[in-house]
Design a protein around this ligand. Structure first.
Ligand code: PLP
Length: 339
């Protein structure tokens, strides 16, 4: 089986496993795991931030950030398709007791203009207090599209003017940086906090890092403990993340190139109406006949290709570390044979 369902399916390479086995460890709740400490410092440093916090998942890093910024009854501004709203089990309400203002925007991306219309007047007692703006880059539901950096700068400027923190769900932030070519520190400077997934395209088995100011991370560490996220000899898994950050960033360009090849092939077959223009490693095909979704997915599966349903009438393929050029050739062959 060639698995295109998600970039989360990658397995740690031999070299990564070796690195993990040899990791120095300690009790991280005491702050004594040298590998966790190194990972947190390294990830923060890449984006010019003061501190980091290693967590079990990207849902946890996002939810911790929201809980730090939002008091009960306040409101988060995000896109209606944002992972923090759509795929985190109602955590904004459940963990932070906060409300949410869902905006629309081109392929899941917000604009400073749109955000500015929805910040509530703090003097109006009817309205929840706006406490946070959160954006996603790359945007999963937008087919892995990348923000225009100038728009991010406008959003930053607006947030600063309005006294609002800006959080980045950067599950695939390195995919964005590989495409937009912006220096990570310049990019990082636009956000108060960033959640980075180590277990997607970067290929680590477990974990995400939340980065921000030392003060923010101190508060985040307290929230992580309350959520049961304090881990002990976590250096074993943190080592996978450290290895991933040091070795698997530049190669993301290969995933993007391979995704483009799939886009070209899918655009040529009868059963596809159109492909959402590919910018990174996510390929979303819109089917001519939306009722054929299940049938086409089983057809692919019978020929050794795994993909997933992505909402009504859409099929998603994701390229990643464990997909090579031969796998792409094979997949294109199968796509063309299917009718
Ligand atoms: C995968 C993902 C996350 C985090 O998911 P976990 O499975 O909890 O690690 C957050 N945001 C986006 C956009 C994602 O794709």
């Amino acid at each position: 089986m060639i698995d295109f369902r998600s970039d989360t399916v990658t397995k740690p390479s031999e070299m990564m496993r070796d690195f993990m086995i040899r990791a120095e460890v300690g009790d991280d709740v005491f702050g004594e795991d040298p590998t966790v400490n190194e990972l947190e410092k390294y990830a923060a440093g890449l984006f010019g931030k003061e501190a980091g916090l290693f967590c079990s998942s990207g849902t946890q890093t996002n939810q911790i950030a929201i809980s730090v910024y939002c008091q009960p009854g306040t409101e988060v501004i995000c896109h209606e398709d944002a992972h923090i709203y759509k795929y985190e089990g109602g955590g904004i309400a459940r963990n932070a007791n906060a409300s949410v203002r869902l905006l629309k925007g081109n392929r899941g991306r917000l604009s400073a203009d749109e955000i500015s219309k929805w910040v509530n007047n703090p003097d109006d007692v009817h309205l929840p207090l706006t406490a946070l703006v959160s954006i996603e880059d790359t945007m999963n539901r937008g087919g892995g599209c990348v923000y225009d950096f100038a728009e991010i700068q406008r959003i930053r400027e607006f947030c600063t003017k309005s006294g609002l923190p800006l959080h980045l769900d950067g599950a695939r932030v390195f995919n964005a940086l590989v495409v937009n070519g912006v220096d990570a520190k310049v990019y990082g400077d636009q956000f108060d906090s960033i959640s980075i997934c180590l277990s997607k395209g970067l290929g680590a088995p477990v974990g995400s890092v939340l980065i921000g100011s030392a003060d923010f991370i101190r508060k985040a560490r307290r929230v992580r403990k309350v959520m049961g996220g304090g881990m002990r000899q976590a250096g074993i898994i943190a080592a996978g993340g450290l290895f991933a950050l040091k070795n698997n960033v530049d190669r993301l360009a290969d995933d993007h190139h391979r995704a483009k090849q799939l886009e070209v092939a899918l655009n040529q077959v009868d059963w596809v109406k159109e492909v959402i223009p590919v910018e990174t490693n996510i390929v979303v095909a819109i089917l001519k006949d939306s009722h054929r979704q299940e049938e086409l997915l089983s057809g692919l599966k019978e020929k050794g290709i795994l993909a997933v349903a992505f909402g009504t009438g859409m099929i998603r393929f994701v390229t990643h570390l464990d997909i090579n050029d031969k796998d792409i050739e094979q997949c294109i062959q199968v796509i063309k044979e299917l009718e």
